[in-house]
Design a protein around this ligand. Structure first.
Ligand code: SF4
Length: 586
């Protein structure tokens, strides 16, 4: 296995053997370790000294179910701290099969020209072949128009990682896009502005062609197969993850009605926890709407190879043609309830525009929320919201302000109620109604990030045990354990959604660990999962502290401490000392 080191200043590369210290790492564990080892925490995120790291997970590229994730890491221009953001795509499988454990991109070209890198498998040399190609012809364009050109140029069997105009403009709200299974630009490492880091290196695309590449090496195949079978069985039987179960039928937007009922669906820039239009935009409405428009029931599909859960939906137009994939919970909320918009066609169009321009849908919805609060447009005005996303895509002066993300735009526009932590806009769970997720938002090394410690499992869904979402009691421990377990899970290459099954079905969890042991030849146990996860968090936190992020950044926005949230009329009342106890001692 190799680490592929790309130097953008002179367009050279090195394929280096994986150092011993990195041998058992993958995904987030590897991206965060390389960022900690190689990046000066005080560097400018868009300057030459930041590095951009891509790493498939430990089991990615194998038959392990639901495991085609790639982690992307760097110092974040949005938070100023370390960032890992992962996506499901065939691109990660290609990279893993070409025996590349990580791609590390250094420096910047002197000339203002864009480049693309083509990585293919050289069967004769039994190693990857790397080519640097000019990419200026793809700049400034809609990604839906550019992706077909890349497929036409390199052939159908390729996969693509890249950036849209948001990354070219240097927006702190810009993601890195990957192809889905239909070859569309819909899968994003969206959070944290990593698209602008790639853009700062004048790297437009990394195209992979893994035809002829070998299988990913497996030390103990029997153990690995046993682990895969246990995990697959758990995924196929759990109500949330099974075929035609909750996620396969209604997608993640099944959560809209659930969070609305719980009073935890942030509405109109976090003013209330209930949205009267929720039933019109919920997963159930998407399913029924599609049934009417297409003339039959439409179940969801996989975003990436080998996914059993298949939660990724498509929204169809009135005439039955595809509008966009996918309207998942976070996008549905951020561009829907958070803006007071209950029209699925308008929400779908905003998702499509975010995909086309290379924007993170969560950050875009958060930013438009503070823009509405500032009077730039009226909550509920979907057409104006669409216009504003076009302004972001065109790079107008207002568009550039909005492209800077929720916290920066809110400051420029004089807004007091800014729902962000460490500069990153909050996702779709109200911390005053679901206190544990607030603990995660406040203390995560990533800024406000629900995926880094998804306490919704326990607080709302009753997965892994049920606790009262409105109580601040015991939430530090729940968040800490989930943050550690997630840091490990993000290192394996599995999608976070396997957590629903493995937290409830012990054999599924065993299988998840056995897969890793089978690949690596390790003897990890359940305790090691938490230990390894805590070690990743320790490194990430140390990076953040050195970058200048201290306890005062592990805080909820002040307005959430004095403004009660209807319908429960709670404030965020987890004491600061409790927040400080979560990760300080890891
Ligand atoms: S569960 Fe959904 S998001 Fe996760 S890999 Fe499968 S389709 Fe993609």
């Amino acid at each position: 296995m190799w680490i592929l080191k790309i130097n953008m200043s002179d367009k050279t590369y090195k394929l280096e053997d994986v150092p011993n210290a990195y041998k058992n790492l993958g995904g987030r564990g590897l991206t965060s370790t390389i960022v900690c080892d190689e990046v000066n925490p005080l560097c400018h995120p868009l300057g030459p000294n930041n590095v951009l790291v891509f790493a498939p997970g430990i089991v990615t590229g194998t038959d392990a179910p639901t495991s085609a994730r790639v982690s992307v890491g760097a110092k974040s221009p949005l938070t100023g701290g370390i960032k890992e953001s992962n996506a499901g795509t065939s691109w990660s499988v290609d990279v893993a099969r070409m025996k590349i454990k990580a791609i590390v991109v250094y420096s910047q070209p002197k000339e203002d020209k864009y480049w693309m890198i083509h990585i293919s498998w050289d069967a004769k040399e039994e190693r990857p072949k790397i080519e640097f190609l000019p990419a200026d012809e793809y700049i400034g364009s809609d990604l839906y128009a550019v992706f077909p050109k890349i497929y036409e140029r390199f052939g159908k069997g390729i996969s693509i990682a890249g950036i849209g105009v948001a990354g070219e403009y240097g927006y702190a709200n810009s993601g890195i896009v990957f192809n889905d299974l239909k070859g569309q630009p819909t899968r994003y490492s969206g959070r944290g502005g990593l698209g602008s880091v790639m853009g700062s290196k004048r790297l437009k695309f990394i195209v992979t062609s893994a035809q002829g590449a070998p299988e990913v090496p497996i030390v103990d195949k029997a153990l690995f197969d046993q682990g895969c079978e246990k995990l697959a069985n758990a995924l196929r039987t759990h109500d949330i993850t099974k075929p035609k179960g909750g996620l396969n039928t209604y997608g993640t937007a099944v959560l809209i009605n659930i969070l609305n009922e719980a009073g935890g669906l942030p509405t109109r820039n976090f003013k209330t926890g209930r949205f009267e239009g929720a039933p019109k935009i919920a997963g159930e409405a998407i399913f029924e709407g599609n049934k009417t428009r297409v003339g039959k029931e439409v179940y969801n599909h996989a975003c990436s190879p080998g996914c059993i859960i298949q939660c990724s939906n498509t929204w169809y137009k009135q005439d039955g043609r595809e509008h966009v994939s996918c309207v998942e919970y976070e996008s549905d909320w951020s561009l829907g309830a958070n803006l007071g918009i209950d029209n699925l066609d308008q929400i779908a169009e905003m998702v499509r525009l975010c995909n086309a321009y290379g924007l993170d849908t969560i950050e875009t919805g958060g930013t438009l929320g503070v823009a509405a609060e500032a009077g730039i447009f009226k909550f509920g005005d979907g057409e104006k919201a669409i216009e504003l996303i076009h302004e972001i895509g065109k790079g107008t002066p207002l568009g550039r302000i909005l492209g800077s993300g929720t916290a920066s735009a809110g400051r420029v526009l004089g807004v007091v109620r800014i729902p962000a932590v460490k500069g990153q806009g909050m996702p779709a769970y109200e911390p005053r109604a679901v206190k544990g997720i607030g603990v995660t938002y406040a203390t995560s090394t990533m800024g406000a990030d629900h995926t880094s410690g998804y306490t919704i499992n326990n607080e709302i869904l009753g997965v892994g045990g049920k606790v009262d979402p409105l109580s601040p009691e015991g939430k530090a421990a729940i968040s800490r354990n989930l943050q550690a377990a997630t840091a490990f899970l993000d290192s394996t290459g599995h999608c976070l959604f396997i957590a629903f099954a493995i937290l409830d079905i012990p054999s599924g969890f065993e299988g998840f660990v056995e897969e890793c042991n089978g690949i690596l030849g390790t003897n990890w146990t359940a305790e090691d999962v938490i230990k390894i996860g805590l070690e990743i968090l320790r490194k990430e936190r140390a990076f953040n502290v050195a970058a200048g992020l201290n306890d005062s950044h592990d805080r909820m926005p002040e307005f959430m401490k004095y403004e009660p949230l209807p319908p429960h009329n709670h404030t965020f009342d987890v004491p600061d000392e409790v927040l400080d106890s979560v990760l300080k001692t890891v």
